[in-house]
Design a protein around this ligand. Structure first.
Ligand code: NAD
Length: 262
């Protein structure tokens, strides 16, 4: 367990969280804010992003409508974030999209969309944040990968490829900055209880005619704990990677999957 004096050492730092308007990203943003971190919330949907910012409080959070696949949008969001809260010490690359299709139906549009959000978005945001971290001599980057970054799976080849690539980027940056007090890690959840999984269940129902509970049972059948993971569990791991005490953890891909990947 981390003591409160350790966690309060994050107070006053500035974090950027992408895809912060809902799901895992919103819970991570709230956990950081609860530790006194000032949080810039990046995401595509202005209305839901504003709502999260209001819940966290004006002095703690700033909503910045951003498409992480667009370098101009990312650059201006980071400039606005810096202007409000100063240099960035923590980056949570959480924005992501998933889609399933047979490989023969994985057209270029689907392939490019998933690579653009999951991989290029992580690259573009990291390019913005790393110079601040180098200057400060401190940085924490956590990339939201997936167990799909650790092993292959049928019908999600684009998603799997993008998440494997995120892990490759994580490992490389970890080594490049190991001696600069910047840690770079990936968190790899199994199925988490968010809209992404709700959409996956709806997709299974419409494609197979199964009921919602049968679709859910199929999704969690690979998890030896037979349950969805809570967003809070993912946020707790992210917080551990940001707080004092995990300095020597870098370049790791940490599975949160009830033993589904061992
Ligand atoms: P979600 O769909 O609820 O949230 C994804 C977030 O990313 C949303 O806020 C969305 O607006 C944002 N986003 C998507 N494209 C974007 C873009 N181009 N620019 C900016 N923001 C964009 O899903 P979630 O479950 O909270 O997923 C968060 C992350 O966790 C994703 O990277 C996902 O791949 C990963 N993940 C999720 C699960 C799961 O089962 N839910 C499992 C493993 C990994």
């Amino acid at each position: 367990m981390t003591s409160s004096s350790e966690s309060s050492r994050l107070a006053g730092l500035h974090a950027v969280v992408t895809g912060a308007n809902r799901g895992i990203g919103a819970v991570i943003a709230a956990a950081l804010a609860a530790d006194g971190v000032r949080v810039s919330l990046l995401g595509r949907d202005a209305r839901t992003l504003e709502r999260v910012a209001q819940e966290l409080g004006d002095s703690r959070a700033l909503a910045l409508t951003t498409d992480v696949t667009d370098s101009t949008s990312v650059r201006s969001a980071f400039a606005a974030a810096r202007e409000r809260f100063g240099p960035i010490q923590i980056l949570i690359n959480n924005a992501g999209q998933a889609a399933s299709a047979k490989f023969t139906e994985t057209d270029e549009a689907l392939w490019n969309r998933l690579i653009a959000v999951n991989l290029n978005g992580t690259y573009l945001c990291s390019r913005q944040a790393v110079p601040d971290m180098l200057q400060a001599g401190f940085g924490r980057i956590v990339n939201m990968a997936s167990i799909a970054g650790l092993r292959g799976a049928p019908y999600i080849s684009a998603y799997v490829s993008s998440k494997h690539a995120v892990i490759g980027l994580t490992r490389s940056l970890a080594l490049e900055y190991a001696a600069r007090n910047i840690t770079v890690n990936a968190v790899c959840p199994g199925y988490v209880d968010t809209d992404m999984v709700k959409n996956a269940i709806a997709n299974i129902v419409s494609k197979t005619g199964r009921s919602e509970s049968e679709a859910l049972a199929a999704l969690v059948s690979g998890n030896p704990q037979r349950r969805l993971i809570e967003p809070r569990e993912v946020a707790d791991t992210v917080m551990w990677l940001c707080r004092p005490g995990s300095e020597s953890v870098t370049g790791q891909s940490i599975a949160l999957a009830g033993g589904e990947v061992t």
